[in-house]
Design a protein. Structure first.
Length: 165
C-alpha cells in the first residue's frame, strides 16, 4: 500500500551521515547506532536538520562482496559539518528520481520496491543501482506499524548520463 510512483527532479542536498558496508542481518543495529551518533554530534554542534532521515544503499556484491550492503544513513542539514568519529559530511545528489511512499509495516517494504521497479520498467527507464529510503514518519517501538510511512526512491539515467548514486 502507498502512493503511486512518480518522477521528480531532486536538488543536491547537504547531509550529515554515517557510512558502512554491512551484512543484511546487521541493518537494524547499524541504523540504531548510527542515528544515536548522528543525534549526539548534531545536537552538540547545534546543527539544524533540514529534512527527514534517509538511508541510501546499494548491493555491494557488485564490488565482489556477496550478501552485504554499502549503506549510508543520515539527515539533510542546514549547513556543512566537520567530520567527528563516524559522522561525516555528505551530499544527496540532484537529478531525476522515481519515487513512491510505502505506507505500513517494514515487512512490506520489499513489495514497494518491486512495485516501483515494475513501474520504472514499464516506462522504459533505467534505474541506478542505488536505492534511497526516506523515513517520513519516525520509527518507534510504540508506533502503529500500519501508520509508518517510508519513501522509496531510485535515481534514473537520462540519455546516457549517470543517475545519482
Amino acid at each position: 500500500m502507498g502512493t503511486e510512483p512518480e518522477l521528480v527532479e531532486s536538488t543536491p542536498t547537504t547531509t550529515a551521515v554515517v557510512r558502512g558496508v554491512i551484512g543484511f542481518a546487521e541493518v537494524r543495529d547499524f541504523f540504531d547506532t548510527s542515528f544515536q551518533q548522528l543525534g549526539r554530534v548534531l545536537a552538540e554542534r547545534g546543527v539544524t536538520l533540514a529534512g527527514a532521515a534517509f538511508g541510501p544503499h546499494r548491493d555491494a556484491s557488485t564490488h565482489g562482496r556477496e550478501g552485504v550492503l554499502a549503506l549510508e544513513v543520515g539527515f539533510p542539514v542546514d549547513s556543512g559539518i566537520v567530520a567527528e568519529g563516524d559522522v561525516v559530511p555528505g551530499e544527496l545528489p540532484g537529478g531525476r528520481v522515481a519515487r513512491l511512499t510505502h505506507v505500513g509495516a517494514f515487512d512490506g517494504l520489499e513489495e514497494s520496491w518491486k512495485r516501483l521497479a515494475s513501474w520504472i520498467g514499464a516506462r522504459g527507464l533505467s534505474p541506478s543501482t542505488t536505492r534511497r529510503e526516506v523515513c517520513t514518519t519516525e520509527p518507534s517501538p510504540d508506533g502503529d506499524p500500519a501508520e509508518q510511512r517510508t519513501g522509496r526512491q531510485t535515481g534514473q539515467r537520462t540519455g546516457g548520463g549517470r543517475p545519482w548514486r
